[in-house]
Design a binder for this molecule. Sequence first.
Ligand code: ATR
Length: 279
Amino acid sequence: MPIQPKAKYGVIGNPVGHSRSPLIHRAFAEQTGIALEYTAILAPLDGFVSAVSQFRIAGGRGLNVTVPFKAEAFALCQKRSERAQRAGAVNTLIFPADVRGDVFGDNTDGVGLLRDLAFHHIPLQGKKILLLGAGGASRGVLAPLLAEHPACLLIANRREKTATALTADFIDLAHNTQLQACALNDIPAEPFDLIINATSASLSDEHLPLPDSLIATNTVVYDMAYGNQPTIFMRWASAHGARAIDGLGMLVEQAAESFYLWHGVRPETQTVRPILRCR
Ligand code: ATR
């Protein structure tokens, strides 16, 4: 019998060389016994659509999408999940076997964050949350955060207008939550239970000018970014006594959800986390 080629999957971005997604998906494939090929694809900044179409022609069946293409991926889809529609961004593309068939887009970032917060035993219901940033990353996690009914969710952004627009888009989901917006340099100087950094400042190692009084004894800070060392934001929080967590767990959990969408099997994530820490 001829050997069937492995189904093709990958992560597409620019830059993409640093991505740990290939490592994660290969670990999931090994764990579940599913034969697949998963590679990192560097698309030119002005060449996302043609890189996707080349991948499909070569037999690709699914892509994870990372910076800066999540909005373009959203636009490329003929069909989208409700959570992708809400987020206005797509991080998971599913291609049918027929290259002319409809592309389906989903967004697993919000689920990824919520599962990682649960993994770290961080409660959200009735809590005071500060969300830093009002870009695609914040948009992707707002609906699942609000579904946990925090008492207050304040979105703070460098450009206040973007944060205000975001609250307007999600106010219908804020049933038991005081959803508010402010400028990054205008955050009330009082402690929060959870501070989530969804800005891209950590990627360029930029310090966010935040008052130290945002942190109290029980404050947890969560940086969606990750690296070999704690980010500058995590270092600031730790220095003031907060528990600081990076976004590697969120990456693993969103990957598990994408894997489930593609293969119908939910991989176990706990054993994959330590593998990534060793790299
Ligand atoms: P992503 O998809 O990662 O969210 P994005 O949509 O470009 O990327 O959004 C980046 C977010 O990080 C924005 O909220 C941006 O603030 P502005 O809207 O004011 O530009 C925020 N951001 C990026 N660099 C920052 C910095 N050095 N200080 C504060 N906020 C920063």
